[in-house]
Design a protein around this ligand. Structure first.
Ligand code: GDP
Ligand code: MG
Length: 302
């Protein structure tokens, strides 16, 4: 970087995307990046770690941190996720706080607003899922939230349809500090490929299984080997569950469920990594991993 030269006037910084579970944080990140790096499902608490996504714009680089949903957490595991979400707010320049247009008022949003008082930095309120409500319902939400605190901006969006997303980017850039790019321009995330592969499997588990099963699941990639001569990626992963009965469901009748998870995950991996993938999946019972500090550390929660 040529100091004071080319980077002059360039803006860069970190923005955390926070909000209750299921408000559309990961959908927004993917929509901004035009690439799916954060997994999505219609179930709360799909995102478990901080997901970093880099958006390059003319004259600016915004580094987004997608986070697990903030909620009143009971288990040790859920508390770790909420802690992850709040910790990112310490590191960032700006905060994007998402709420849902079709459920704007609830205790969890109030709790988040209260928590945000701790961070003396600009907060953008993004009212998401406006495609789900009549236009007339949006102004009252804006008015109600303007009473609660002062926001840098309040912007109605549909992360799913991409509505308002460019306005969000423009407004964020306006408040970013001046500085050189923080990451190389061809980089879209700092997440290791192994992690992304595990997440792709976990997303299929979230999409294909029900009730407590997705929450009892973790995915560990044991092997991630490129065979360049054959243009092939060999991935071996273990799906952890907490009980034998869950293992039976995960495998399914004649192995049908596991096969479906594997097929869908493999197709997504092949598209993402741009190579053929040989994916092998196992299912293993690890009792109470969600309450086991050692297992949590091993899965990346300190
Ligand atoms: P997160 O938990 O906050 O990361 O939420 P996700 O991004 O995983 O999304 C949760 C659910 O809301 C998914 O089923 C999304 O398809 C859906 N969703 C997200 N954004 C929108 C939106 O703008 N409009 C509609 N109708 N659905 C959305
Ligand atoms: Mg998410």
């Amino acid at each position: 970087m040529n100091e004071g030269g080319e980077s002059k006037g360039f803006k860069s910084g970190f923005v955390s995307i926070i909000g209750r579970p299921n408000v559309g944080k990961s959908t927004l990140l993917n929509s901004i990046l035009g690439e799916k790096i954060a997994i999505i499902s219609d179930k709360p608490q799909t995102t478990r770690n901080r997901i970093l996504g880099i958006k390059n714009l003319p004259g600016a680089q915004i580094v987004f941190l997608d986070t697990p949903g903030i909620h009143s957490a009971r288990s040790r595991f859920n508390q770790a996720m909420v802690k992850t979400a709040l910790a990112t707010c310490e590191e960032v320049d700006l905060i994007a706080f998402l709420i849902e247009a079709d459920d704007p008022q609830n205790d969890e949003n109030e709790m988040i607003l209260k928590t945000l008082e701790k961070f003396p930095k600009p907060v953008f309120l993004l009212i998401n899922k406006i495609d789900r409500v009549p236009k007339g319902e949006i102004l009252p939400i804006i008015e109600a939230y303007s009473q609660k605190r002062s926001f840098a901006q309040i912007i109605p969006i549909s992360a799913l349809l991409g509505d308002g997303v460019n306005i969000v980017l423009e407004e964020l850039v306006r408040l970013l500090p001046e500085g050189p790019p923080l990451f190389p321009e061809d980089m879209i995330t700092d997440l290791p490929e192994r992690f992304l592969a595990a997440e792709m499997i976990r997303e299929k588990v979230f999409q294909l299984t029900r009730q407590e099963i997705p929450y009892a699941t973790a995915v560990v990639v044991e092997e991630f080997k490129e065979k360049e001569d054959k243009n092939l990626l060999v991935i071996q992963a273990t799906i952890l569950v907490e009980r034998e009965s869950q293992k039976r469901i995960m495998i399914g009748e004649n192995g049908r469920m596991l096969k479906e998870i594997g097929t869908r995950a493999r197709q997504e991996m092949e598209a993402f990594f741009g190579t053929k993938v040989f994916l092998e999946l196992w299912v293993k019972v690890q009792k109470d991993w969600r309450e086991d500090p050692r297992a949590l550390r091993w899965l990346g929660f300190s």
